[in-house]
Design a protein around this ligand. Structure first.
Ligand SMILES: [Zn+2]
Length: 486
């Protein structure tokens, strides 16, 4: 993606991550997805007057955990505020959120992707807040229905610094952040179901200009691809306006994926429009060193650390290690393959990485499946790699075996047996095949002996064809050289 080279984009992202708590943030109602409308509500989350919110400690721990993972400063004292606005899906007329004193400040996330060089994106803050309900228009005549099941579900808003300058960087940032919250098991990262939502702040400025341009906020971005497309469209819109001598109006805009356009939604509110004030029904949130230490002890190995370990321990390339550590499940799968190949008496972490990143991920991608749904278990893939390494099958035949494993979920040994794919390592059998090929191609043999050494590949191909690809390549090479030489 590219824009007018005289300009640069300035991009900041706000991510709303729904925390994976069992109950809502200020009451005991369930957070389970997909229940019938208004079956998971109580007077607290329905905004009845006179009820008191009680803070869910699990949500606090998840926010602390995320803060520690991004190397942020966790505030020992944070505060909840009321953000006042009227909307039908917000029964209390205010949202409980954090404003002046959020739970986490000053973090950072390292981004990197295929076309994105490594870069650190600053995290301004992480604050906790409640989700609102859902207005339902579909199938409703003459009005709007409201489902409050989601009201009071705990969210973390993760606000980045405006440190990104291309849509690709924004995409890499979202991927990385999603991977982190998934590793931490604080959010399922599902953008389609709305548990990982993103708003993008976009402005442009002439290259080298230290002053920030007027920004617009983009909403309705429900996939990483859409975030990237919307950012580019919006930057182009700004540049067109500026080039024509106009000025940008600060506003909130909707991205329409069907028309691939952004359009005005409302003029942008400032903080004072919301009349923020400290939530009177909740005390200051005071953390203890002990609580932070306890949460810290539960931190798993995070993607960056794991990637480095994969590079050094398994000798993988930086790229392969990054791919394999994008999700906890994928890295676990890979490590299981490596361990079981070892248990099978062989050892080759690089081959294992190739089979996972190239062959397996390509097929999973094609069928839109996650690693957890892989028809080829880590154990079966390991068995197959062992069969390559002990020369039972060649790498080429392995592709056939693998495709068959992916289709049937079968054990590789069964497939090799049933299809008769065992490699021919018996030198007598290979020799016989070579003799046949040389007899059939006497002209080429003469040419080869006359100096056309390029023909060697031709003979290899013919023998492979004759043996249906099952001749052991090293053995074939050796024997063919001997025969042609003499
Ligand atoms: Zn409730």
């Amino acid at each position: 993606m590219s824009i007018d080279p005289a300009y640069e984009m300035v991009i900041g992202l706000e991510v709303h991550a729904q925390m994976l708590t069992q109950s809502k943030i200020f009451c005991g109602c369930s957070t389970a997805f997909g229940a019938p409308a208004n079956t998971q509500i109580c007077p607290v989350c329905s905004g009845f007057p006179g009820v008191l919110p009680v803070l869910n400690k699990e949500a606090v721990n998840m926010a602390i955990k995320t803060g520690l993972a991004i190397e942020g400063e966790v505030r020992m004292q944070s505060e909840f505020s009321r953000k006042n606005y009227f909307y039908p899906d917000l029964p209390s007329g205010y949202q409980i959120t954090q404003f002046e004193l959020p739970i986490v400040e000053h973090g950072k996330v390292l981004i990197e992707d295929k076309d994105v060089p490594a870069k650190v994106v600053g995290i301004t803050r992480i604050h906790m807040e409640v989700d609102a309900g859902k207005s339902i228009h579909e199938g409703v005549v003459g009005g709007t229905w409201v489902d409050l099941n989601r009201t009071g579900v705990p969210l973390m808003e993760i606000v980045s610094e405006p440190d990104m300058s291309t849509p690709e960087e924004a995409g890499a940032y979202l991927k990385k952040l999603r991977s982190i919250v998934r590793y931490l098991e604080v959010c399922d990262g599902n953008m389609e179901q709305g548990s990982f939502r993103c708003d993008a702040n976009v402005s442009v400025r002439k290259k080298g200009d230290p002053k920030l341009g007027t920004r617009c906020e983009l909403k309705n971005l429900n996939s990483i691809r859409n975030v990237m497309r919307a950012i580019e469209l919006e930057a182009e819109r700004h540049i067109d306006i500026l080039e024509e001598g106009g000025s940008i109006v600060q506003e909130t805009r909707l991205y329409d994926a069907n028309l691939n356009e952004t359009r005005s939604m409302r003029s942008k509110e400032d903080a004072h429009d919301y009349r923020y004030f400290p939530e009177p029904d909740l005390p200051l949130l005071v953390l203890s060193e002990q609580q932070i230490a306890t949460v810290k002890a539960t931190l798993p190995e995070l993607p960056d650390a794991k990637r480095e370990r994969f590079e050094t321990a398994y000798g993988l390339s930086h790229y392969d290690a990054s791919v394999l550590t994008t999700s906890r499940a994928l890295s676990r799968y890979y490590e299981t393959v490596v361990e079981q190949v070892k248990a099978g008496g062989q050892n080759d972490p690089k081959i294992c990485a190739n089979w996972v990143t190239v062959e397996l991920l390509a097929l999973l991608n094609k069928e839109n499946k996650e690693i957890e749904q892989s028809p080829v278990s880590a154990t079966n893939l390991a068995k197959m790699v062992v069969r390559i390494l002990d020369n039972t099958i060649s790498g080429k035949i392995a592709k056939e075996v693998f495709a068959s494993m992916f289709e049937s979920g079968s054990d590789p040994d069964t497939i090799i047996e049933e299809k008769g794919l065992k490699q021919i390592t018996d030198s007598g059998a290979i020799e016989a095949a070579i003799d046949k090929v040389l007899a059939l191609n006497s002209t080429q043999v003469e040419q080869y002996r006359g100096g056309q050494e390029k023909l060697f590949g031709f003979f290899i191909g013919q023998v492979m064809k004759a043996t249906q690809g099952k001749a052991n390549p090293a053995e074939l090479n050796k024997l063919l050289k001997q025969k042609l030489g003499g």
